[in-house]
Design a protein around this ligand. Structure first.
Ligand code: PRX
Length: 641
């Protein structure tokens, strides 16, 4: 890594090290991944590396392992037993340090609590918790007994929580009395109660005490975690789990209103993530690694819990808001724990750019060696600010492209393999074993420097096993657009040096502050408001959040547009999906521009919202609707919320 002191200016870094590994990995993909898989501890070796029955992949078939054993037991039974696994910091400033042996004890005890409540292999457990160590411990406890966890981001509403519980048919829900965020407390138990009332599959609720606020515990359904822990026997041994047994289900937004339950395997997922962390983050024994994402997203699953712990690394976990109580909170944490690898999102970087250089300047950030970015395209300006003000012009930045569905990082610079010159704004090259391409509408590879759709041409170990309970949707969403290739939904360019530039979503999915939201999901939420007839959502370029939510709505017959109506709609969307679904701008219109087949022309609405040319309107059913939308936009002006 020291070679990278001039990471993007030199043209002469040895790309060869990377190419040597990469080309062989693509020529002999299965052999390559089998070699990698041998680095993990298997209770039983696999019989077959890959069973590819398109579009269903099964990796390391017949192999048995246990994710919690790999992430915890193994270290607790080695010299790492006294090494710090988790430095946790709560938003109010309280802290906890968990060594690998403490983590081991906790995971075992939590696993035995799950067993006491009748949870076994294959059962689904919903986790609706703030960013506290118990969240990671419960994930690992599920993995230890082969239960399938589904983590629901603590910012989601009761409705969103209930939808996810109902889809998985989880029999247990774990929540907390509350959590701290931005100086406020989130009433998680209250929201959970509302959700459980709509979720008949839930038999038991475990409540973790975090804030100490008053909550309603309803026996025999609800139990405090500390009471259960006091009674449990602590005897559970890690179960040998089939490589293709699901480790977890994680919901993400797609192009329809209903989020997709992405299912990840145990063996392939762990192999992919173990390797990615070595290659991308060059993770070492002495690393102190902090990923600022929420555990509720895939970044939190792979990049906070499974990959770093599989390496026996020390991680930092922070509960609260980035700028609370002051805008230098994150830089304070980096200094305090001596963070060496820091991984965050472009939205966070742009927010800190707005706050200025004072915050980072107040702290000694010289422990940092490597920086990472994830979740959305990073603009070169933000990249350079991050490089200069956080990395002190010393640390390479790995811009990592991946998705909930890919399970692990797919495109990124790989300092752990060999240094390559970095280009601010480009995610660089695919990881070994990952075959990506940029194609045109017919699936043919486009010439370099031309925009096309990003596809993946070969199965990879971390790839999703499918959509929970919906194989047909899995086929349609990912494998029907370009037969034989996985459709990512992203536009990209491959430049003449072979670097990938990810340009953003090509489908009807928004990336708002890195959060993934489907336009259909937001529209469904809007029209469930009783005073509205129709709604159309578009994303508008936003200098900080990447995209912001703009919504055009038609009120029902006899309902007049008003600021109360707008407020009511916004509150309703927050209640239905969660605060991340808060629209930034609301426009009342009488008509929406539609094609003759009745499809809303979002392209036109987006152009109106961005003050751009509306382009070709030949497929439009009624040109007056565009005039109408434009008039509303001009006359009312942007009604910022
Ligand atoms: O559009 C891409 C964007 O995030 C999408 C995946 O979102 P999600 O499943 O929520 O997972 C995010 C965290 C892994 C992608 O389709 N995206 C992710 N990373 C990048 C990115 N866009 C550009 N550059 C990236 N590094």
């Amino acid at each position: 890594m020291t070679q990278m002191s001039l990471p993007f200016e030199s043209r002469y870094w040895p790309l060869r090290a990377y190419y040597d590994v990469y080309y062989r990995s693509i020529e002999e993909t299965e052999t390559f991944w089998a070699e990698q898989a041998r680095q993990l501890e298997w209770f039983k070796t696999w019989d077959k590396t890959l069973e590819w029955d398109p579009p269903f992949a099964r990796w390391f078939v017949g192999g048995q392992l246990n994710a919690a054993y790999i992430c915890v037991d193994k270290h607790a039974q080695s010299w790492r037993r006294s090494k710090v696994a988790i430095y946790w910091e709560g938003e109010p400033g309280d802290t906890r340090t968990l060594s690998y042996s403490t983590l081991y004890r906790e995971v075992k005890r939590f696993a035995s609590v799950l067993q006491d409540l009748g949870v076994g292999k294959g059962d689904r457990v919903a986790l609706y918790l703030p960013m506290i160590p118990e969240l990671a411990v419960f994930m690992l406890a599920c993995a230890r007994i082969g239960a399938i966890h589904t983590v629901i981001f603590s910012g989601f509403s009761a409705r969103a929580l209930a939808d996810r519980i109902n889809d998985t048919q989880a029999k247990l829900l774990v929540t907390a009395d509350g959590g701290f965020r931005g100086g406020k407390t989130l009433p998680l138990k209250e929201i959970a109660d509302e959700a459980v009332a709509m979720s008949p599959s839930v038999e038991k609720v475990i409540v973790v005490k975090r804030t100490g606020g008053a909550v309603n515990i309803r026996p025999p359904r609800d139990h405090w975690l500390h009471d259960l822990l006091a009674q449990t026997s602590d005897l559970s041994a890690p179960e040998p789990i089939d490589s293709n047994h699901p480790l977890y289900i994680l919901y993400t937004s797609g192009t329809t209103g209903k989020p997709k339950g992405i299912v990840h395997s145990t063996g392939g997922y762990l192999v992919h993530n173990y390797c990615a962390y070595k290659w991308v983050f060059d993770i070492r024994e002495e690393s102190v690694y902090w990923c600022s994402a929420d555990v509720g997203w895939v970044t939190g699953h792979s990049s906070i819990v499974y990959a770093p712990l599989a390496h026996g690394a020390t991680i930092v976990l922070y509960e609260g808001a980035p700028d609370y109580p002051a805008v230098d909170r994150w830089w304070d944490i980096i200094e305090k724990y001596g963070v060496t690898i820091f991984y965050t999102s472009p939205t966070a970087i742009r927010m800190f750019m707005k706050y200025g250089e004072e915050g980072p300047r107040k702290h000694d950030l010289r422990s940092l060696e490597l920086l990472g970015s994830v979740g959305e395209p990073i603009n070169p300006e933000a990249w350079l600010w991050y490089y200069k003000n956080i990395g002190g012009e010393r640390c390479p930045i790995v811009d990592t492209w991946w998705q909930t569905e890919t399970g692990g990082i797919m495109i990124s610079p790989t300092p752990g393999i060999g240094c390559i010159p970095l280009k601010p704004g480009s995610a660089a090259m695919p990881l070994p074993g990952v075959d990506v391409a940029v194609v045109d509408e017919k699936g043919g590879e486009v010439p370099s420097e031309e925009r096309g759709q990003l596809v993946i041409r070969k199965p990879w170990p971390g790839m999703l096993q499918g959509i929970w309970g919906n194989p047909q949707r899995y086929r349609e969403a990912y494998w029907s657009r370009f037969p034989g290739m996985y459709y990512t939904g992203d536009y990209a360019i491959k430049d003449k040096d072979g670097y990938f530039w990810i340009l953003g979503r090509a489908d009807e999915v928004l990336k708002v502050a890195g959060h993934r939201l489907g336009t259909a999901e937001l529209e469904d939420a809007a029209v469930s408001y009783p005073l509205l007839a129709e709604a159309a959502v578009v994303g508008r370029a936003d200098p900080i959040k990447g995209e912001s939510i703009v919504i055009f709505v038609i009120p029902k017959e006899g309902v007049s547009p008003s600021s109360d109506l707008k407020k009511g709609l916004i509150e309703h969307m927050r209640q239905t999906v969660g605060p991340i679904a808060t629209p930034d701008e609301v426009y009342f219109v009488a008509k929406l521009p539609k094609t003759r087949s009745g499809k809303v022309m979002r392209r036109v609405l987006k152009a109106v919202a961005e003050n751009a040319s509306v382009g070709d309107l030949t497929t439009l059913e009624d040109e007056a609707s565009v005039e109408e939308v434009m008039r509303s936009y001009r006359e009312l002006g942007p009604q910022r919320v």
